[in-house]
Design a protein around this ligand. Sequence first.
Ligand code: MTE
Ligand code: MO
Length: 556
Amino acid sequence: MTTDRNDPRPQGPSGSRRSRWARTAPAALSGLIAGFCALCVAELAAAVVRPEAGPVTAVGGAVIDRTPPAVKDFAVRNFGTDDKLVLQLGILVLLALFAMAVGVLALRHRLVGTAAVLVFGLVGAVAAVGRPEGVPSDALPSVIGAVVAAGVLYLLIGRLTPAPAPAAVRSPSPAAGETETGPAPAPGAGPASTFDRRGFVIAATAAAAASAGAGYVGRRLTASVQAGASASRADITLPVPDSAAPAVPEGADLGVRGISSFVTPNKSFYRVDTALVVPRVDADSWRLRVHGKGVARPLTLGYQDLLRRTVVERDITLACVSNEVGGPYIGNARWIGVRLADLLREAGVKAPSQGGPADQLVSRSVDGMTIGTPVETVLDGRDAMLALGMNGEPLPFEHGFPVRMLVPGLYGYVSACKWIEDIELTTFDAYDAYWVKRDWARQAPVKTQSRIDTPRPFASPKAGTVPVGGVAWAQHRGISRVEVRVDGGDWHTARLGAADGRDTWRQWVWEWPATSGHHTLEVRATDGTGATQTADRAGTVPDGATGWHSVVVDVD
Ligand SMILES: Nc1nc2c(c(=O)[nH]1)N[C@H]1C(S)=C(S)[C@@H](COP(=O)(O)O)O[C@H]1N2
Ligand SMILES: [Mo]
């Protein structure tokens, strides 16, 4: 370092520039430490207020809320389920850069820099309160974090611009940014030594350590609150269903290598939601309210109330509207829950076709998601349910513990509210749910689709018999036929896996007599009503992608 106290080198005209740089780095570091401090203190405050109210989560959530569908699609496509991690890393990197800039700014204008820290706190606070589930107290973590961080920055920058000592000898080449009188060099210091390095290092280390401590305590506090939710989940024994699902028929799984398993294990079940922090709801304190237009007898139910009701078990395939042709956002599971229609009838709800005044059921989650479902669909006899269990275990936290909604035949964003806590009967005219406000369709039945799982794109199987297989779905209509063609030739009817009702997908396979060369495979499905999947290509917005999935392979 050129600013060592006993630097023997002569201080030429460049000395002042050098000393300015010598203070710029510690000023940037001060900014970084202040930023770190803000996040750690906010983390501690958020542990008390609400983990989701932490600034990074809040700003990330606000970004998600405002992401146009095209960008969201891009993010999902390129980062998949890691999109949220990428988003949060991006926010942290940006924050670090800004923090360093603020530190340097504070070196020149101590109060302006300090005020800039408060502005950042304000951004976090506005983002937190502006989330769909935001409440005024959500501003606290960002505000408290920013105030403490501003103090830290003020103090650290103070260490870089020491007050003049009484018997100061004026520095021959005062560094830029120094006050009129100029800082007094410490006794024995060379002219370029413009601040008390030891004092700064001690203060900076102390600030960083105290921040880390606060952050650690915050993390532990949050973890202990979440432990309550985990314990409540571990305590649950799912009931034996009053109406069990028939065993999955033999042959529903064709046993062909490379085809998605008929039942999707919970661990590999796709996850799509806007939650940066997975809500951890304690089943013991969880309540569901059913109320609104035409609800003669509003209900408030706890988890045990649901367990005591008639419990059904059903196999249902869930798909996301953001799934592109050939995409991965679909899974099939065995669910246990309470039929939604039973509950609504008990509350006195009538279908619109029976004269009921509400045509939209709006479900609300603990994290503020709103999902609008046609009341007519929920009451038309299908197994719409409040699900408690997934593949033999209580819902995993990621999939909506303690309770989520499911409506066979509708995309998730219009039916499958996770972490549900409120059901309001209203009309489509009166209210637009979260994704509808963001250009997605009000109503979205699942479109007939089929996917080639094997061979994989650009695979090079050996010439001879090559099984071409995958899954096809048209929930609540069922699949009646799947066809495959090669290089635009004749369609060949595939062999279907046994049907497990019409609410689940079906596997299919066709034994392809493959000849060597470059080939394009295409698939199309026909649903239970006899309608064949359209070839017309459409994107996912506003109500689901269409077109045939194709895969290109090179046969050896
Ligand atoms: N609370 C909440 N519920 C939600 C969502 C969400 O973002 N928040 N996403 C919906 C969407 S778009 C889909 S496709 C399904 C996905 O459910 P999964 O993550 O269990 O597969 O959940 C639905 N329920
Ligand atoms: Mo979705």
